[in-house]
Design a protein around this ligand. Structure first.
Ligand code: SAM
Length: 331
């Protein structure tokens, strides 16, 4: 191939000029030999002495996810997939549209290489049932659904096939944790593996009662209490929240069961202390419905609601949001 032969001392200067002039052939490596450098040239260049010499082609590494799937998916299809990853510890959960399911193995291998994680699972269902888990199918890597996810300095042990967990709520958990004050008595009505309790008790000297109906989630919460150095204490209870007999009221109640939390509002109003805060969540296109539900539940017990804050936590479906409402209950 055509190359320009230059003394080694001038190699760098000449290389820069050739690159600027777009004369250098970027698909080949420069060769150095006996005090000379051989810079590969594009065809049809006559500015320098041109000679024929064997040069080694550069190895091409895929630069990104789209590159990894070149020839298998279109650029748009890869971009769409990239936004549907959830990374939980060393596990990737990916949503593959039905029309691409026949390419799931290739997508799985590319995802594994791109994310450098150990396993890739594909979503096989929506989140369903009382325990809010989803069906998954391994499409690449190790068949191991247990992992440790790191969030805000905590370590959260879980099995993605047995419990609910969303890394997309990390910012919300931090925000709630930052609003907590020392010595609060907190109830997490639907704690799962305990990400709210663990993040909160890691940073605050509080007393958290954490309830979940899923016995596997409570087992992982027990591991997570041991795994993390906590300032506060967490008391795990495996039960339907409506069956727990509480002897105390709470300064804060967390209600992250967005599809059904409203059905437990009467109970939350009974359990909240005067001036306590309910961190309420639901799926909605606005905040109005949740605020009204909180006000209705409170007024039944002659209590008042002051809305402290509202947020869109994440998108749940087109036009719908997982919304957060912080409400102070008095009276
Ligand atoms: C959406 S998940 C949230 C888990 C956790 N708060 C988190 O952010 O990861 C809802 C949890 O509520 C639990 N759950 C559903 N109904 C319940 C009930 N009646 N009593 C207690 N827990 C319940 C489910 O098992 C599930 O773990």
């Amino acid at each position: 191939m055509k190359a320009v032969k230059v003394p080694l001392k001038q190699l760098n200067d000449v290389r820069k000029i050739l690159m600027e002039e777009k004369l250098m052939n970027m698909d080949y490596k420069i060769k150095t030999e006996d005090g000379f450098g051989y810079i590969p040239l594009n065809e049809n260049t006559d500015s320098y002495e041109v000679c024929d010499i064997e040069l080694e082609p550069l190895k091409k590494y895929p630069k990104n996810f789209t590159d990894l799937l070149k020839g298998i998916l279109t650029e748009e299809e890869s971009e769409e997939l990239k936004t549907s990853f959830d990374i939980i510890g060393d596990i990737v959960i990916v949503e593959i549209p039905e029309n691409l399911e026949s390419k799931k193995s290739e997508i799985g291998e590319a995802t594994l290489r791109f994310t450098k994680r150990k396993s890739v699972f594909m979503k096989k269902s929506a989140i369903h049932g009382t325990t809010r888990i989803r069906d998954l199918e391994l499409i690449a890597g190790e068949d191991n659904s247990v992992t440790i996810h790191k969030e805000h300095g905590t370590r959260l042990n879980l099995n993605v096939e047995e419990v609910y967990f969303s890394p997309r709520l990390a910012t919300e958990r931090k925000r709630v944790s930052d609003s907590v004050e020392d010595n609060e008595k907190i109830l997490d009505m639907f704690c799962g593996i305990g990400p709210f309790p663990v993040v909160i008790a890691k940073n605050n000297n509080v007393d958290v009662t954490a309830v979940d109906i899923n016995d596997r989630a409570i087992e992982y919460l027990k591991n997570n209490i041991k795994l993390n150095k906590l300032k506060g204490t967490i008391r795990p209870i495996c039960s339907d929240i409506t069956k727990v007999e509480f002897k105390t009221k709470f300064d804060r109640i967390i209600m992250n069961l967005p599809g059904l939390a409203y059905t437990f509002l009467d109970l939350a109003i009974d359990l909240i202390d005067d001036g306590g805060i309910i961190n309420y969540y639901e799926f909605s296109d606005s905040f109005g419905q949740g605020i009204e539900r909180l006000q209705n539940a409170a007024s039944k017990k002659n209590k008042n609601v002051e809305i402290l804050n509202t947020r869109k936590v994440k998108s749940s479906s087109p036009g719908m949001w997982h919304v957060a409402i912080d409400a102070k209950i008095t009276g």
